[in-house]
Design a protein. Structure first.
Length: 426
C-alpha cells in the first residue's frame, strides 16, 4: 500500500524538532519514501488528509512486562505459583499468549510502535513478536528478553526469571534464553520495592558480581545487549563494572557511578511510572506496608535523581513504564513521557525526543525507527494538537501507523479506577 500523508504538521522526533508545515510524507509498504513540499495528491498514492493534525514518530517504550495487565491486586499473590500453574499446560500457555497479544495490541492502539519486553513467561513474548512481524496480529515491534536471569530469592525468581545458583549456571541460563530467540538479555541484579523487608533497604544486591559478568559475556559474544533490574547504588556499580548495557530503574548516583556509565557507554532507562504509586499513593490502595512505602519513596527519588544526574553528565536516559506492575497499564506510555517532563525538569520537546528517537537508539533500532526520515520504517502517530504545547494530547492519538499499516481512531479499553488515581499526578 502507498499513502500520501497531506495537510499535516510534521514533528520529526529529533532533538531539535520544530513543527514543519507545507510538507507531505509518502509511504510505500513499511517505508517512508519521501518527505517533500506538498504540491497536491500523488498519482499511485492514496491520500490521507491529516486536516492540520500533527504527524510524529510512534512512541518507544523501553521497559514492559507484556503478560501483566497492570490491574492492582490487593493480595500480594504468590506470582511464582501462579506463573508455574499457568505455564504448565499447552492450554494455559495459549491463554497467556492470548493475554500477551491483547496487551500488545492495547499498547499499539495507544501509540506505542516499539517496545522492549523486559521479562515474560517462557518464550511467549518472542512468539508474539514473531506473529506481529508476520502481520498476523496488530502489535508494536517487540524487542524481547523472554525470560530473565535471577538468583534464588531474587527479583521475580521462578516466575519471570530462571534461578542461577552459580556463575556457570548464570551463563547457562543466558545461553538457554538466547538460544530460545531472545533479542536482549535481562538480569535481575537487586531486589525490588516489594521484595525488601527492612526499612531503608530497597534494591538489596542479590546477584553476585561474577554471575553478572558470566551472563553478560554470553550476550556480548553474540553481539547482544544486557539490561538489568537495579534499584540501589551498589547494584548499579556491580552492573556497570560487569558489563550491563542498560540500567533499568536506577538509584541515587555518585561521581564513581557516573564515571562508570560514561566509561562503559551504558544508558539509564528511567521508569517513573511504577515507582510513583508506591511513593505517592495512599498505601492502603496498593496494599503496601509502611516500610514498603518508605522504600518506595527511596526508589522513586533514586530514579529521578539518577535520571537528572545522567542527563547533566551527558549520559543517555531512556524511558519505560514497567507496564504490568500495579497501576501500570499498557496504554500509559504517555504518562511516563509527562512524568519525565514533570519530575526530571526537561521540556516537552526533549521528553518527546527521548520517547521516540533516543529510546529507539538505546534499544538498538535507532537506524530503523524512532524518527520521521526517508528510508525509515513508517512507525507513526497522528495527534489532534501540538504535543510540544501539551503532552496530554498523546493520551488519545487520532491514528497509529505501524510499519505502514494504518489504524484509524484507535480504541483502547481503559480501567476507569486507574485513570482516576493517576490523573491526580498529571
Ligand atoms: Zn520490570
Amino acid at each position: 500500500m502507498k499513502y500520501a500523508y497531506r495537510n499535516g504538521i510534521i514533528l520529526t522526533g529529533e532533538e531539535d524538532m520544530e513543527p514543519l508545515q507545507g510538507l507531505r510524507l509518502l509511504t510505500d509498504g513499511d517505508r517512508i519514501v519521501a518527505i517533500e513540499p506538498d504540491s497536491g495528491d500523488v498519482p499511485g498514492y492514496e491520500t490521507v488528509d491529516l486536516q492540520g493534525k500533527y504527524l510524529m514518530p510512534g512512541l518507544v517504550n523501553l521497559h514492559v512486562h507484556i503478560p501483566g495487565s497492570g490491574k492492582p491486586s490487593k493480595a500480594t499473590s504468590d506470582t511464582k505459583t501462579v506463573v508455574k500453574l499457568l505455564s504448565s499446560t499447552a492450554l494455559t500457555r495459549r491463554i497467556i499468549q492470548a493475554m500477551v497479544e491483547n496487551n500488545a495490541k492495547a499498547a499499539l492502539m495507544s501509540g506505542v510502535t516499539t517496545m522492549r519486553a523486559m521479562a515474560g513467561v517462557l518464550d511467549i513474548d518472542g512468539k508474539v513478536r514473531d506473529r506481529g512481524e508476520k502481520g498476523e496480529i496488530a502489535s508494536p515491534r517487540i524487542i524481547s528478553a523472554n525470560m530473565a536471569v535471577s538468583v534464588p530469592g531474587g527479583h521475580m525468581a521462578g516466575s519471570l526469571a530462571y534461578e542461577a545458583h552459580s556463575a556457570e549456571e548464570a551463563a547457562a541460563c543466558a545461553r538457554r534464553i538466547l538460544d530460545g530467540g531472545a533479542d536482549v538479555l535481562k538480569l535481575m541484579i537487586t531486589g525490588g520495592v516489594m521484595d525488601a523487608r527492612v526499612k531503608g533497604e530497597p534494591g538489596e544486591l542479590k546477584m553476585p558480581p561474577e554471575y553478572v559478568k558470566a551472563a553478560c559475556d554470553v550476550a556480548h559474544e553474540r553481539g547482544l545487549k544486557v539490561a538489568a533490574h537495579v534499584e540501589s547504588p551498589e547494584g548499579v556499580r556491580v552492573a556497570l563494572e560487569n558489563g550491563v548495557d542498560t540500567i533499568e530503574h536506577g538509584a541515587k548516583p555518585d561521581a564513581e557511578i557516573l564515571r562508570l556509565f560514561k566509561e562503559r557507554g551504558a544508558a539509564l532507562v528511567a521508569t517513573i511510572s511504577p515507582a510513583l504509586p508506591y511513593a505517592l499513593f495512599d498505601r492502603s490502595l496498593i496494599g503496601a506496608t509502611e516500610a514498603q512505602q518508605f522504600n518506595g519513596r527511596i526508589v522513586f527519588d533514586g530514579i529521578v535523581e539518577c535520571a537528572k544526574a545522567c542527563l547533566e553528565a551527558g549520559i543517555p536516559v531512556g524511558l519505560g513504564t514497567d507496564s504490568g506492575c500495579p497501576y501500570i497499564t499498557h496504554y500509559d506510555m504517555w504518562r511516563e513521557v509527562n512524568y519525565f517532563r514533570k519530575y526530571c525538569g526537561v521540556d516537552a520537546r526533549f521528553a518527546l525526543y527521548t520517547a521516540t528517537l533516543r529510546n529507539a537508539a538505546i534499544a538498538g533500532v535507532g537506524d530503523d525507527t524512532g524518527s520521521l526520515r526517508v528510508g525509515k520504517c513508517a512507525d507513526m502517530l497522528v495527534l489532534r494538537s501540538n504535543p510540544l504545547e501539551s503532552l496530554g494530547t498523546l493520551r488519545n492519538p487520532a491514528m497509529v501507523i505501524r510499519a505502514g499499516k494504518i489504524y484509524k481512531n484507535p480504541k483502547v479499553k481503559k480501567v476507569e479506577k486507574i485513570e482516576q488515581e493517576l490523573d491526580k499526578y498529571l
